[in-house]
Design a protein around this ligand. Sequence first.
Ligand code: 57M
Length: 361
Amino acid sequence: MFYHLFYPLTSEYSFLNVFKYITFRSAYSGVTALALSLTLGNLMIRMLRKFQIGETIRSDGPEHHASKSGTPTMGGLLILVTFLGSTLLWANLESRYIWVIIFSVIGFGTIGFRDDILKLRRGNGISAKEKLLLQVLVSLGVGIYLLYFDPTRAEYATRLSVPFFKEFQPDLGFLYLFFIAFIIVGTSNAVNLTDGLDGLAIGPIIIATLTYTGIVYICGHIKFAEYLNIQYIKGAGEIAVASSAVIGASLGFLWYNSYPAQIFMGDVGSLSLGGLIGTIAVIVKHELLLVLIGGIFVIEALSVIIQVGYFKYTGGKRFFKMAPLHHHFEQLGWSEPKVIVRFWIVAVVLAMISLSTLKLR
Ligand code: 57M
């Protein structure tokens, strides 16, 4: 909104020229979202308590989790509202990618919201099948737009960018649509699995979004993209304004979600933020790099796949003491804050390694 209000006045007031710059708007989009989520956080916690929107803790988890019973949940709403507010204020609303991201966040957020509400009302959320179907539908919506309705991508829409290999860009044709759905749905669910300790998911979400903010800026800048030999994506730079809002909103949430948490994000937060990271990765064609940038989510999801597979294969033996992996370390006796901070450290290291691949091609 500010862009549309102030930038046209540049001829009269030259200092308003700053509203043209993505870097300026990104910085203030992050600060605005942070200020909003810090301010509204307490109010939200009080309201969730008042309406008794609190977590029911499973009895088969690590023992100390019992004390978390009743912690207000659905704090993801705080992130979504502040992200949306700040993005609408600072982004260029003519950017199609801003709307693709908003569509994805609202789509996945609605699925998570419904799941959370049903869990509160009747104890169990939407069925795994229904959840998956709805997630696939939203991500196909994103994919169909990017592949068939965005004229600026026609040249490279179905080509897969492979880290380290500048020339090798296989054309996946319509199969790319399913690849997109796999990436977005997979990220959404992997973030959801990770969200099992205070601040455990939101830390790597901030780290991954920060990394992608750098990448979208580079991909959307013709000279930087050319220098690094990566696909130039016209208009992608504007995504930095939205991703900065995610970082600000998430930092504000972390203020309250850090150990010992005063609020959990719920599925409305985990599914939508995971969907958002997957969507950004797809728009800037850096999907394969998600394995590193979102490495913690991948490791957590793999630990569940290994646990379930091994259990079935051996007829009842467990590979980990408990899955997802964070529970395994808790069972080994690590304290909750230790597991959380160590996972964050791994997330930072993986993000740094992922950036090194940009020039190595
Ligand atoms: C959601 N939800 C947390 C909170 C959060 C297939 C199987 C591996 C699925 C998995 C599962 O259900 N995962 C998805 C995980 C829950 O957190 C709520 O859910 C929202 C996210 N969707 O925002 O609202 C609990 O996590 C703790 N928590 C915190 N701090 C936070 O900031 O402490 C969450 C956020 C909260 C709270 O205790 O109640 C969750 O873990 O349930 N299932 C599991 O993760 C279960 N694993 C399991 O069954 N493993 C088996 C097999 C099937 C792989 C095994 O190892 O043999 C574990 N979860 C729990 N107890 N709670 C194990 C037992």
